[in-house]
Design a protein around this ligand. Structure first.
Ligand code: SER
Length: 578
């Protein structure tokens, strides 16, 4: 039996009512483009509003996450996924929740106890250690328990909303002997289920207790199916295998030869089918969800080209398979089948008209580019040939060339203002955005750049950056992996500057004067003659288009979450503001 059916039946037998999956686009929440977790459509009920189905709910929810599009192509990432979830709205709490999870895993899925381990909240920022969950796990015979802090064991969707400590369940995905001590950083242990004990509400004023204590759990369907079937590549599980084989048969290459392109096509067409089939009625466009849809379809088309797929209706063949596979669970796909197929083909034909020429143009352009593809060429590929900037970036990356994304954005904005047509949210979820959070991250990159120069080496230079509302990524020249001590010092220094509440000021000046004044800049060629220079006290001075916060005190707490190699001589830091 399918995992979805097993899950629903189990929780129905425990008094839960099955609720239908909500549409992929949240109904009353303009802050996100798509639902990214099962709990999102339930927020009003977690906040205390009575739910028409009662206090025990279960479902499988369509979720879409597109902030990590670059990762698609590997074995585990998907832009669309299904989340299995069960909820208690002020009904049962930790004990039943953990016991239900344990029973489902060990009795229904027959997972041996010694292959299970859990993490539990260790207590932080005035919120106590969750000893209760740990004792419940122990009473069930689970002794592999790790206590972790807020970053791992406290769950909130974004910045504000219902939240609470969680306990995450891990499965040992390996034939090696299971060690007695559980190390959550050992990647043979994979997270399979998250039980959140939502008893708080967080907003700008801090954390308060919710009127009722709720439970929100989430289990990734694709991942757990792969685990149960014993494959270590999600795309080889029964969720995907027939689609993968079909793409392989249409392609000139086998899955072994080019797994990335085959996975990208499978993933992106599936997500496009679900977006087009959704009641929200999204069509490919240049704004918001429609833009994400367009990017997904166009990226799939470009990979179909890479695989030398010649069939004229490959997208229809794959979409039909997906619709057939999922219609039992999502009847809207069958109902909207004509729209799905029609829109896919229309978008394919539209892009195919310019793709060939655009790729030729790209090849021509790139032979004369040394390191960085400039904004005018990137804009030409966008405007004349319909290349989403992310596609140009991907093509350039394959040739080790960077794209002047910032410059492109400026040019794009200027173009928008001129034509007065496009909407301001064009790149939401993808590129610019400029939400308050993104502006904060933007300022934090300047502080990080300055701190690296002080702590690591004065010759450290920025090589790139990428900001979303959730995190910042910063690439910089450096010939070694940062030591723990260096990382800590950098983090401390940035936080000192934040605590010092330093004003951020901006000045307009000629490019020449800016360089003379010692202002830092990444690619001098890309700047116009008159530039803006942002200074943070006497700590940092950079040529930059902004925007920035007015004072570093607005940033919150800076934390490095990862430091890794990006390419030869370039390191990458991922960081968050808490
Ligand atoms: N909201 C939690 C998550 O997405 C549990 O469902 O992990």
């Amino acid at each position: 039996m399918n995992l979805k059916d097993l899950y629903i039946d189990f929780f129905v037998s425990k008094g839960h009512k099955q609720i239908p999956s909500a549409p992929v686009v949240p109904e009353n929440d303009p802050s996100v483009l798509f639902n990214t977790a099962g709990m999102q459509p339930l927020i009003p009920y977690l906040m205390g509003q009575p739910h028409p189905y009662g206090t025990r709910l279960v479902d499988y929810q369509k979720c879409i996450r597109t902030n990590d599009l670059d990762s698609i192509g590997d074995k585990t990432h998907h832009t669309f996924f299904e989340m299995l979830g069960n909820w208690s709205l002020g009904d049962y709490f930790k004990e039943e929740s953990i016991k239900y999870s344990f029973e489902f895993l060990t009795k229904v899925l027959n997972i041996p106890i010694n292959k299970l381990a859990v993490t539990v909240f260790k207590g932080e920022d005035g919120i106590p250690k969750d000893t209760e969950s740990a004792s419940i796990w122990q009473s069930l015979g689970i002794n592999k328990i790790a206590y972790l802090g807020k970053e791992d064991n406290f769950w909130i969707a974004g910045e504000s909303g219902p939240c609470g400590p969680d306990t995450e369940i891990f499965y040992f995905r390996s034939n090696d002997e299971v060690q007695d001590i559980f190390d959550p950083n050992d990647d043979r242990w994979v997270e399979i289920w998250n039980n959140v004990f939502m008893q708080y509400y967080k907003d700008n004023n801090g954390i308060t207790e919710l009127p009722k204590k709720n439970v929100d759990t989430g289990m990734g369907y694709e991942r757990v199916t792969a685990i149960l079937e014993g494959v270590n590549d999600n795309y080889l599980s029964s969720v995907w295998i027939d689609i993968i084989k079909k793409i392989e048969s249409l392609s000139k290459y086998s899955y072994e030869e080019n797994p990335e392109s085959i996975r990208i096509i499978a993933d992106h067409i599936r997500t496009a089918v679900f977006i087009l089939g959704d009641e929200a009625g999204i069509k490919p466009s240049n704004t918001d969800q429609g833009y994400i849809l367009r990017r997904l379809i166009r990226r799939a088309i470009r990979h179909a080209k890479k695989l030398e797929i010649e069939s004229n209706d490959w997208e229809i063949v794959i979409a039909n398979m997906i619709i057939d596979k999922y219609k039992k669970y999502y009847s809207e796909l069958e109902k909207n089948k004509d729209i799905i197929l029609d829109e896919l083909t229309k978008e394919k034909n539209k892009f195919n008209r310019t793709l060939e020429k655009g790729l030729r143009e790209f090849e021509k352009i790139i032979t004369n580019v040394d390191k960085v593809l400039n904004k005018d060429l990137a804009f030409k590929l966008y405007d004349t040939y319909g290349f989403p900037i992310e596609l140009t970036e991907e093509l350039a990356k394959e040739k080790n060339i960077e794209v002047d994304i910032e410059g492109f954005k400026e040019k794009f904005k200027a173009h928008q203002e001129l034509s007065r047509t496009a909407s301001s949210g064009k790149f939401k979820g993808g590129l610019a955005g400029d939400s308050d959070k993104e502006i904060k991250y933007h300022t934090a990159t300047h502080l990080l750049n300055a701190a690296l120069k002080q702590v690591v080496d004065k010759n450290v230079h920025q090589k790139g950056s990428n900001i979303t509302a959730e995190r910042m990524r910063f690439d910089f020249s450096c010939d070694h992996k940062l030591s723990e001590e260096e990382k800590q010092k950098v983090e401390e220094l940035v936080n000192i500057w934040i605590n010092d509440k330093i004003d951020v000021t901006v000045k307009e000046m000629s490019k020449e004067d800016a360089i003379k004044s010692g202002a830092e800049c990444m690619f001098i060629e890309k700047y116009p003659d008159i530039v803006t220079v942002y200074s943070i006290g006497d700590i940092s001075k950079e040529l930059c288009g902004g925007p920035h916060v007015k004072n570093t005190g607005e940033l919150g707490k800076f934390k490095i979450t990862k430091e890794e190699a990006s390419s030869a001589g370039v390191r990458r830091i991922k960081a968050i503001l808490e």
